[in-house]
Ligand binder design. Structure first.
Ligand code: SAH
Length: 348
């Protein structure tokens, strides 16, 4: 299978152009077609000479993402896209409308191997990592389809971004590159279930992104029940790495806390969470997510009154707690509801 050219950095494009014996300025032209014009075939690159186009066609595909279908929420206009990859795998991405603009949520892997017990993405395990081009391609396909500027980007679809570290970091640099789509790093959120060594590595990448940590519990015992990764790294190890990240980058982290009825949503848990976060941060930021239904799991979301009570309790600890407005729930497009559709629709 031919590789996708979207995955190449500008430096790699320069090397390619040199290798093909073309003048240097062709590199910027090609990069512009790919990342600004976002064309889907080499033949659309009208200012490139025919011999260069033929050489590129022989070696690469342009766009690794093909839109299969999309669903639109009747409630909030959220769209969930189903995209096919060159090897037949399918992935999902979501585009949401907020008052401050359009937000896109992309997948970073086909499936996931983290095994969180409330999440649909992990039900069939991990198939493979996405390439840089496949992550860019999701954003570009949505931009082409909607014809809108994307103001926020969240890496919260299928997959664990820190389990596809190199490609995710390269993707963040590329999508924020001023010669390309130029989405500000400050408008990009990377969410992780807490791979501690990767958080430590990320701390030194000098990125301006927001790091979101899927915490979901305030003690190891409960976290281990909800998330297998908690058996590998304790909450103390995780929060120490988060603190180091903050000290290095001075970027506020977000802690995601999914409220599961009867599991982690009592007032006592809110106090435990408040105490815990205050040991590591002044004024931590918590995003409360009433857990979204996944039909294979029998968790139920906390009711609205208890969600507000949980929030109020955290505020007593000087913690800034927001309640996530879940978008696209009616099309299974909300957090934790994305999955490898392929395995569901074509059971093997
Ligand atoms: N693997 C990454 C990113 C993908 S999940 C991570 O774990 O952070 C994005 C967010 O959705 C995470 O906070 C995840 O814990 C949360 N999530 C998963 N399943 C959910 C569900 N059923 N309801 C609400 N949030 C869920």
């Amino acid at each position: 299978m031919k590789p996708d050219i979207l995955s190449l950095s500008l430096d790699q494009i320069r090397d390619l152009i040199a290798e093909l014996g073309q003048p240097k300025f062709r590199a910027a032209q090609l990069y512009r077609w790919l990342h600004v014009s976002k064309v889907i075939s080499f033949r659309e690159m009208t200012n490139l000479p025919a011999n260069l186009i033929e050489a590129l066609v022989a070696r690469f595909i342009v766009d690794p993402i093909r839109m299969v279908t999309y669903q639109e929420s009747a409630v909030d206009g959220t769209r969930k896209y189903l995209f096919a990859l060159p090897d037949g795998n399918l992935i999902e991405s979501v585009r949401m409308i907020y008052h401050h603009g359009i937000s896109v949520c992309i997948s970073t892997q086909v499936g996931c191997r983290m095994g969180c017990t409330f999440c649909a993405s992990t039900l069939d395990g991990l198939s493979r990592n996405l390439t840089v081009g496949e992550m860019l391609g999701q954003v570009y396909a949505i931009i082409r389809h909607s014809n809108e500027r994307v103001s926020n980007l969240v890496l919260m679809g299928c997959g664990e971004p820190m389990d596809n570290y190199d490609n995710v970091v390269a993707f963040v640099r590329r999508i924020s590159d001023e010669n390309g789509e130029h989405i500000s790093q400050r408008s990009i959120t990377v969410s992780t279930c807490g791979l501690v060594p990767k958080i430590r590595q990320l701390k030194d990448e000098n990125l301006q992104i927001t790091l979101a940590i899927s915490l979901h519990a305030a003690d190891d015992e409960k976290r281990k029940m909800l998330m297998p990764i908690a058996k590998v790294y304790s909450i103390d190890e995780l929060l120490s790495a988060c603190r180091e990240y903050y000290d290095e980058n001075k970027r506020r982290l977000t802690f995601e806390y999914g409220l599961v009825r009867g599991e982690n949503d009592s007032q006592a848990y809110a106090e435990k969470l408040g105490d815990l976060l205050n040991r590591y941060f002044d004024h931590a930021h918590v995003n409360l997510i009433p857990i979204n239904p996944v039909k294979e799991r029998n968790y139920t979301a906390t009711d609205t009154a208890a969600v507000y009570a949980f929030q109020k309790k955290l505020e007593k600890f000087q913690i800034n707690a927001t309640i996530r407005r879940e978008m696209g729930r009616d099309i299974d497009g909300a957090c934790g509801q994305l999955r490898r559709r392929y395995s569901e629709e074509n059971p093997t």
